[in-house]
Write a protein that binds this ligand. Structure first.
Ligand SMILES: Cc1ncc(COP(=O)(O)O)c(C=O)c1O
Length: 396
């Protein structure tokens, strides 16, 4: 007998997973080239040369202890290099003990939530958000409190203030955001810090940052460390170095955090007792040697532009995302997102309803798919527009 909780979660499944299965069904009928699957955000660029060189060097090295256990927080040299980089970026003095190497951002977030949550504590999630947060919070007996962002996907500070209760333990931010691509500028971070600091107990800000290096149009992400005091960063190289299968990331506690010492100790303990024990040894050294490298961001930007043009030219309305790997398009004519996604699927166009990110009225499309898929999907966007009687902005 498995637990009722897990049985229930299996039964409810994931909408993204369902779309993936629908994609496979359609591909079997119509052929791979005739189905345009934008449902999965799987980074498809090769890792940069620095990563490949580092792996080769490490495989051929006689470095002692390369494959052994180390401190649960990770190798000192890797953590020092990360602390130095974050200090350079933010101007905030950071030492290596602030950093704990983890098995990607997923494990980083679970370590942090395990450390901070007592049963029924509340975590504010700003919708739309990556839905695994609900599982991560639930894993540690907390409760998600969902607070919608505004039409530009920026935090609604009045709504956050109203949502804060004595049980509020944390707010999760994710900039650039999955699914909206929105980036919080300095003024948003300053205001968030004010709102959090004015609460009468400590509220943590968990900054989930897997997309921090995927930013377009010459924009940049302001250093959260500079603007937010009660900060715990959860970083991952899944996207910035295209290493999602290798599972490597870290947590970093701001030295300005009033609970710094307890948090650092708690996260290291959680990393051990939740079962990771430590992050993969070789990958800690690989990222240390590739710390200033990133994937070919211009290539993602190019594909974002192609997909955006298809959507807008066909007559749909959508924001051009500033970062991450997704376009979050408005569903036209007030159609329910699931209804719109079903119409799209009839035209062999697969996207994920916004409901899967706690934001109805939108659908998410991942642009980390082949250029030919994006180019060939143009006719499908026009076909969907025809199906619902929408006028095109340009011709096919
Ligand atoms: C917003 C967000 N947070 C966390 C994760 C988990 O990333 P990782 O592969 O580092 O565990 C993802 C993965 O897609 C994500 O989109």
């Amino acid at each position: 007998m498995i637990s009722a909780k897990i049985k229930n979660k299996i039964a409810n499944g994931s909408a993204i997973r369902k779309m993936f299965e629908e994609g496979n069904r359609l591909k079997a009928i119509y052929g791979v080239d005739n189905v345009f699957d934008f449902s999965i955000g799987n980074p498809d660029l090769e890792p940069p040369k620095e990563v490949k060189d580092a792996i080769k060097e490490l495989v051929n090295s006689d470095k002692e202890g390369l494959h052994g256990y180390m401190s649960n927080s990770g190798f000192e040299s890797t953590r020092s290099a990360i602390a130095k980089k974050r200090q350079e970026e933010s101007g905030v003095e950071i030492t290596s003990d602030a950093v704990c190497m983890t098995v990607g951002a997923a494990s980083a977030m679970n370590d942090v939530l395990h450390t901070i949550l007592d049963p029924d504590d509340e975590v504010i999630c700003l919708a739309p958000f990556f839905m695994e947060y609900i599982n991560y919070v639930d894993n540690h007996n907390g409760k998600c409190v969902i607070v919608p962002t505004n039409d530009s996907f920026m935090p609604d500070f009045d709504a956050i203030t109203k949502a804060i209760t004595p049980k509020t333990k944390a707010v999760i931010i994710n900039s650039p955001n999955n699914p909206s691509g929105a980036i919080y500028d300095e003024s948003i971070l300053i205001k968030l810090n004010e709102v959090i600091s004015s609460a009468d107990h400590v509220i943590h800000v968990i900054s989930d940052e897997p997309y921090i290096d995927l930013v377009y149009d010459g924009k940049s992400v302001p250093p959260v460390l500079k603007y937010i005091d009660n900060l715990i960063i959860c970083f991952s190289w899944s996207k910035s170095l295209s290493l999602p299968g290798e599972r490597i990331g870290y947590t970093l506690v701001s030295p300005k955090h009033p609970d710094y010492t307890d948090l650092v100790a708690g996260i290291i303990l959680s990393n051990r007792i939740l079962g990771s024990v430590n992050a993969p040894a070789i990958w800690q050294y690989v990222v240390e040697k590739s710390l200033y490298a990133k994937v070919d961001v211009a290539n993602y930007e190019y594909r974002r532009n192609l997909l955006y043009d298809n959507i807008v030219d066909a007559g749909f309305d959508c924001n051009k995302p500033s970062g991450a790997l997704y376009i979050f398009m408005k569903t036209p004519q007030g159609l329910e997102d699931e209804v719109f996604a079903a119409i799209c699927a009839k035209c062999n166009l697969l996207l994920v309803p916004g409901k899967s990110f706690c934001r109805s009225g939108y659908c998410r499309l991942a642009f980390c798919v082949s250029e030919s898929t994006i180019v060939n999907s143009r006719k499908a966007f026009f076909a969907v527009a025809d199906e619902i009687g929408l006028s095109h902005k340009t011709s096919l």
